[in-house]
Design a protein around this ligand. Structure first.
Ligand code: TXA
Ligand code: MG
Length: 347
């Protein structure tokens, strides 16, 4: 049985936090909101509890999980070494959508890190998440609260859709603020390397660190062999809707013409076609049209929800207009590319 409890994200009700904290302490699972996406949480220091996350999500055992903390000091317990860069970044971006990969401390179970020598740590910028971690009295291991491979949940309904019957409690705190998962930065690499782009952009990190690299897989498909050692999560197809997705990039005018042409072609084949546009006010002759938004912030917040909606409507082919890869655009395009299996059309 899965219970869903509505919470006030600004003034979280103590009895809900207490109930959720108890479930975590007792080694079971709670789904909760963060500022990025919903997380599926378990006591990070309890290997049996962590294993329940893998079975609930159908997550491959070689994909490590982020540990969530509520106090900066916790990082010294979880990591073997905290370099100066980590301290600078924590000062600037914690709490917030940034995950730091550091050398793993001994207290972190190998189940959490999938036997990697490193651990990923972040402090979510969300009252419910922070109160829950404090109430549980332990760091919380939490991947996104979706079935492995599906778009991450930005609303409690999405968690319910995927994990009904597999999680004891879902705390419903409404729609998440950013809509894309945190930036993952590997500080054991020199220079530091972005393994997954997010709302803390490469530009923002560069200002603090001087030099930052972006792992090649962020922008293009790379062979499995190059990935396994680094961040196993990167090799799995992610965020994927059931429909076939194609992303069209280029100059606005060209994109518009290309999408129109594709819509016509797929319709002629008798396919049910969906379009996700970033050109507001432009009407395509699709079976279903979604205006993602104009600003990157809005596109990021809505992307995963829109992909889920196309699935519910039984769309066969989705054509999405891409964005440029500056700032938050790198994270948006990374998710679009992965969701499409890297089917990018240059208009
Ligand atoms: O915003 C977020 O990060 C959300 C919320 C719930 O906090 N969590 C999330 O977790 O997106 P998940 O498991 O869906 O994605 C975690 C990513 C995966 O790609 C995983 O491979 C990577 O972080 N990761 C975790 N531990 C790592 C490690 N030690 N080294 C490298 N990558 C790691
Ligand atoms: Mg995930």
């Amino acid at each position: 049985m899965t219970e869903v409890m509505r919470i006030n994200p600004e003034k979280p009700q103590a009895r809900i936090i207490e109930k959720a904290g108890r479930i975590i302490k007792e080694g079971r699972l709670v789904a909760f909101p963060t500022e990025t996406v919903y997380g599926l949480g378990a006591d990070a220091l309890n290997p049996e509890a962590v294993m329940k996350i893998f079975s609930a999500k159908g997550r491959p055992a070689d994909n490590p999980i982020i540990v969530h903390i509520a106090e900066e000091g916790e990082i010294y317990r979880l990591a073997q070494r905290v370099p100066r860069e980590a301290e600078l970044l924590m000062k600037k971006f914690f709490p917030g959508p940034l995950t730091l990969v550091l050398e793993k401390g001994r207290i972190v179970p190998d189940e959490v890190t999938a036997n990697l020598p490193t651990v990923a740590i972040r402090m979510p910028d969300h009252k419910v998440a922070l109160l829950l971690i404090r109430e549980a009295g332990t760091p919380i291991a939490a991947p996104s609260a979706n079935i492995a491979g599906r778009p991450s949940p930005t609303k409690a309904e999405h968690v319910f859709e995927d994990l009904q019957g597999k999680v004891e409690l879902i705390i419903d705190g409404g729609q998440t603020k950013y809509g894309l998962e945190s930036t993952v930065l590997d500080l054991t690499a020199n220079p530091p390397q972005v393994l997954r782009p997010g709302a803390i952009t490469v530009e923002m990190l560069s200002k603090v660190l001087g030099s930052v690299e972006v792992h090649p897989v962020v922008v293009k498909e790379v062979g499995d062999r190059d990935l396994v050692a680094k961040s196993p999560g990167m090799k799995y197809r992610h965020y994927a809707p059931k429909a076939e997705l194609m992303v069209v990039v280029g100059k606005k005018e060209n994109v518009r013409r290309r999408v129109e042409e594709m819509v016509g072609r797929f319709k002629a084949q008798g396919l049910k076609i969906g379009v996700a546009t970033t050109t507001m006010g432009w009407k395509y002759e699709a079976d279903h049209l979604e205006e993602l938004g104009e600003s990157k912030e809005v596109i990021a917040r809505r992307l995963f929800e829109v992909l889920r909606r196309f699935d519910r409507l039984g769309i066969d082919v989705i054509v999405a207009e891409g964005v440029d890869e500056e700032g938050l655009g790198l994270a948006i395009m990374n998710r679009m590319k992965k969701a499409s299996g890297y089917k990018v059309v240059k208009a």
